[in-house]
Design a protein. Structure first.
Lengths: 310, 308
């Protein structure tokens, strides 16, 4: 570090190139960035590039079955219904879960934005699911919502249902676990975005006589919309890479055969690293497509609504 | 009043509605109705349903881990602590928790050491290619862990690092370093640069500016970021699962393996007691964490600085 300052002071005297570079923002300070970039290149970019390269080296068995030469993995991905269907199965889980979490969080965050007794307690309780983790949530769901669990027992003894509801080991089970882990996250994010909106804007609308519907639709919602889009993306990312709960509370060979599960199976059970990388990378592609759509929509939202704000 | 308004200027419908609404509420301003509106009912119903589900899950795992036989009744017949003892010995939890904490602490230290200087540069200076660097740090957070985890795990196995603690630490660093950078950058942006400039004018070099001036100011942010990294690392399943083996499993992965092991898995109560231990560990971390940070505040700070 001392040598860095020495060169800097010498540069001040003589070299003008250094000075000109510094004006453009290239100076010794940038050295601090080097460890992080080296790290990202070694542990993220290199393996990723390696994985992409791997997808073009299919196993002989894959080539024999699907043809297509070095693209054989991709041919298999799109042709093999067992693999390709899992794209839809994943989206069918992740999109409704993310949408539900965001939509339900809006009114709740809106109502609970004011000060009331026990607010801090409620927010602390909402952080609780983070401590559970997916695995424990799965275990709890299996016991609580299983055939002999408290939920079914309560409903049966009160005569609401005759047969126990099938809430676990299927689509509903995974959805419930996604809501339990995703909703508190969405709520906390949205309520923080909401607290970032200047309350005097709404107060101004109120003095002009707008009722709560108008205030919400014309003032708060447009300002909140970009935050909602961000929250949706983050919740979607969480739900999209669902893996343990799809296996534990889901129907891993049927309804909840998500992409992450398929990739893991190819990786550890079939030891087909090139196919596993193909599924994994296609999973990233599908996710980025959805995110790109939301960003596109978000740019429309934002432009349309800030025009009035000035 | 509204009549005269309407005849003079023929206002748009919006204004008419507003004027109508003004007279609709019968209560004087500042008073609230005693009977809650349907919206309020909906909100409280939703929260209640969520908490019933949540507490049902937590309580049933807790009761299950304490119950002797529990099949067809509301509550188990007897209560015992035996399951804890058995699972502790059977799965060698001392070792597993030790590994979990070792991994978590190493990940925190390394990602803070690498991440904070980088976020300082990103917060303070503009340079060509800054957007590209930001994207490089954003991608590991946005891309699903499995997507880069599987190629990464393949590389690890090829290098002979598979199933070692070192591999577990390395894979967990991949999302953690960018996470520290993304959370610390706005935090550093809000520190007044004049303080550093003053120190530099008084003759302090980069190293001294960092240790004597910036570090004390950064402590709250570093603490917040490292607690979040801790929670993420202890809870991280996907990445750890891909590279860990019997001697390097963290607690979550050990529970998952016990649940899915061949032959129908271990007995349910053993897994429940492990789950309770996991939750207790996380709860302890979070209680300590909430004493230092407010989770909503951190996000709000991020957003405020983005708008600037």
């Amino acid at each position: 570090m001392t040598s860095a300052t020495n060169t800097a002071s010498r540069a001040h005297g003589s070299a003008s190139l250094k000075h000109r570079l510094a004006e453009r923002g290239i100076d010794t300070k940038l050295l601090l960035l080097v460890p992080a970039i080296v790290f990202a290149l070694l542990l993220f970019v290199y393996p990723f590039a390696y994985g992409i390269g791997l997808t073009f080296q299919p196993l002989a068995a894959t080539q024999d079955q699907w043809g297509g030469g070095f693209l054989s993995n991709y041919v298999a991905f799109f042709r093999d219904a067992f693999i390709f269907d899992s794209v839809w199965l994943t989206l069918k889980l992740a999109l409704p879960a993310a949408l539900f979490n965001v939509l339900v969080s809006i009114p709740i965050a809106f109502k609970l934005r004011n000060k009331f007794r026990g607010k801090r307690l409620l927010q602390t309780l909402l952080v609780l699911p983070i401590t559970l983790g997916t695995v424990l949530t799965a275990q709890g769901l299996l016991i609580f919502a299983g055939r002999q669990g408290w939920l079914n027992r309560f409903l049966m003894e009160n005569g609401i249902i005759d047969q126990p509801l099938a809430l676990v080991n299927n689509y509903i089970g995974v959805m419930l676990s996604l809501i339990i882990s995703g909703f508190p996250f969405a709520y906390l994010l949205i309520s923080s975005y909401l607290s970032g909106i200047d309350p005097s804007l709404e107060a101004a609308a109120k003095t002009l006589g707008a009722n709560w519907k108008q205030r919400f639709r014309r003032v708060t919602l447009p300002l909140l919309a970009p935050g909602l889009a961000t929250t949706f993306i983050l919740t979607f990312v969480l739900a999209f890479s669902v893996f343990p709960s799809a296996r534990l509370v889901g129907d891993a060979s049927g309804d909840t055969r998500v992409l992450a599960l398929m990739a893991y199976r190819a990786f550890s059970e079939q030891l087909d690293y090139s196919m596993a990388s193909t599924i994994a990378i296609m999973m990233g592609v599908v996710e980025l497509i959805v995110i790109a759509f939301v960003f596109l929509g978000r740019s429309f939202l934002y432009k349309g609504s800030t025009g009035g704000k000035g | 009043m509204s009549n005269s308004l309407r005849t003079r200027t023929a206002p748009p419908t919006e204004v008419v509605n507003i004027v109508k609404n003004r007279n609709k509420g019968k209560l004087p301003p500042g008073e609230k109705a005693l009977i809650a509106s349907p919206g309020t009912w909906f909100v409280w119903f939703g929260i209640a349903a969520f908490f019933i589900l949540l507490f049902g899950i937590v309580l049933s795992v807790l009761v299950d881990s304490l119950g002797k036989p529990w099949f067809n009744t509301w509550l188990p017949e007897n209560f015992t602590l035996g399951w804890y003892q058995e699972s502790w010995e059977r799965f060698n939890l001392t070792h597993i928790i030790g590994v979990t904490l070792l991994v978590a602490v190493s990940v925190i230290v390394i990602s803070v050491v690498i991440g904070v200087p980088a976020s300082y540069v990103l917060a303070r200076s503009n340079f060509p290619g800054k957007k590209l660097v930001m994207l490089l740090f954003l991608l590991p957070i946005l891309i699903p862990p499995i997507t880069f985890g599987i190629p990464l795990a393949t590389v690890m196995y090829n290098m002979g690092l598979g199933r070692t603690v070192l591999a577990v630490i390395l894979v967990n660093l991949v999302p953690s370093v960018p996470f520290v950078i993304i959370t610390m950058t706005p935090f550093i942006e809000q520190i007044n640069p004049a303080i550093e400039n003053a120190a530099k004018m008084c003759g302090a070099n980069m190293y001294r500016v960092f240790t004597k001036v910036l570090a004390p100011l950064l402590i709250p942010g570093i603490l917040a970021a490292s607690i979040l990294v801790l929670v993420r690392t202890v809870g991280m399943f996907d990445l750890t699962f891909l590279v860990s083996g019997p001697t390097s499993d963290t607690l979550v992965v050990a529970i998952y393996r016990a649940m899915t092991s061949a032959g129908g898995g271990e007995s349910r109560q053993l897994i429940s007691s492990m789950g309770v231990i996991y939750t207790a560990l996380m709860l302890l971390i979070l209680i300590i964490a909430l004493r230092f940070i407010n989770p909503t505040q951190l996000v709000a700070q991020v957003k405020d600085s983005r708008e600037d």
